[in-house]
Design a protein around this ligand. Structure first.
Ligand code: COA
Length: 330
């Protein structure tokens, strides 16, 4: 049976590093608080004028080179971002143009932190039905321009960073390839982690009052997110393994969306796997939303933690709430 697999991965983060000590100068927070509650030590911020599409372009180029392909080989794009350059059109078409890809299709996905896995599932389905043969999947975000970098926004501001990751998905034969995936959502909790404006319900999309109140910036109920994340991550990891006919003992590495080191540690504890089986690099990047899984996967692979033939599981949880998992044989 034809399967799909990731044949190339890559990532790119903007060069400007923002350490916890830099945030201490902008808001009432401390390096100690941030490290204790989140594990984050530093993150990268894009400079003004650099959007998520520019970061995604660089990540895409690296993934294409890693796959041993050329841009012209790509026949479809699935692009996950919560922070596109424009309200419309999406980043997918911008990337299609930048890569000089003529008239190939480009689909945008906006499932926030689960965006990369939702996008990967679409690529997998298209490749398996034989419709496309070389799909580029991108997750890219510039969160920094949407953060309230004052004490008012400190709960969100310390968590997020900018970055992009990408993967090339192509056909393969068993035993390699994507074995199973699961996509879930719970819209009843949409407003627990959301950004209200710009809104189509509002004439002019945003009012001066909304701007004054910061309603154009993301907000969250941190405890609600934490509670749900620590339940949904283990659930979906076990689900995709069950569907694939495998067990946790066979898994070489779990690569979760990087939301918070405490969440990653709690997931390892709930699954009763050693902490080193759950890859975490949030210390250096913060939460980069749709970009975090491809960034983490690239670093894990480059560190030799993901090798040919390994069974690995990717998992995500975030705004929506939406969560997802994917089991694959590397
Ligand atoms: N620096 C210092 N103090 C901060 C702070 C910051 N950056 N952010 C919040 N605080 C304060 C709060 O105001 C509160 O003060 P109070 O006790 O005087 O009211 C105190 O710290 C504790 O806040 P609380 O929200 O109870 O902390 P917490 O232990 O729940 O940790 C999070 C907060 C955000 C780290 C935690 O809830 C979390 O990780 N949630 C998940 C977030 C997430 O992953 N979001 C993205 C999902 S994809």
């Amino acid at each position: 049976m034809t399967r799909s697999r990731i044949t190339g991965i890559g990532f790119h983060v903007p060069p400007r590093v923002v350490r916890n000590a830099d945030l201490e100068k902008m808001m009432d927070t401390s390096d100690a608080w941030i490290i204790e509650r989140t594990g984050i030590r530093e993150r990268h911020y894009a400079d003004p004028g650099v959007g998520s599409s520019a970061l995604g372009l660089e990540a895409a180029r690296r993934a294409i080179a890693d796959a041993g392909r050329e841009s012209g080989d790509i026949d479809f794009i699935v692009y996950a971002t919560t922070t596109p350059d424009y309200m419309f059109p999406g980043n997918g078409v911008l990337l299609q143009h930048e890569l000089g890809l003529g008239h190939i299709g480009a689909l945008d996905v906006r499932n926030a932190c689960s965006g990369f896995l939702y996008a990967l599932s679409v690529a997998d389905a298209f490749v398996r039905i034989g419709r496309y043969r070389c799909v580029l999947v991108v997750g890219a975000e510039v969160q920094s321009t949407g953060l309230d970098l004052t004490t008012r926004g400190r709960d969100m501001a310390v968590l997020f960073g900018d970055g992009a990751g990408a993967a090339v998905v192509e056909p393969c034969q068993a035993p390699q390839g994507i074995l199973s995936w699961a996509l879930h959502a719970e819209g009843a909790l949409a407003k627990e982690l959301w950004c209200e404006a710009p809104s189509s319900m509002v004439p002019g999309r945003v009012t001066p009052e909304m701007l004054e109140a910061g309603r154009h910036l993301p907000t969250m109920n941190g405890r609600q997110v934490y509670k749900n994340a620590t339940t949904r991550f283990p659930e979906v990891i076990e689900e995709v393994l069950r569907d694939a006919g495998h067990t946790l003992e066979e898994v070489a590495l779990i690569v979760p969306h990087q939301a918070n080191q405490r969440i990653g540690d709690a997931v390892a504890a709930r699954l009763q796997v050693p902490p080193e089986k759950v890859f975490q690099n949030i210390q250096n990047y913060g939460n980069t939303t749709a970009a975090s899984i491809p960034i983490a996967l690239t670093e894990a692979r480059d560190a030799g933690l993901v090798k040919g033939g390994d069974l690995i599981v990717l998992a995500a949880f975030g705004a929506g709430f939406a969560w997802a998992g994917c089991a694959m044989r590397w």
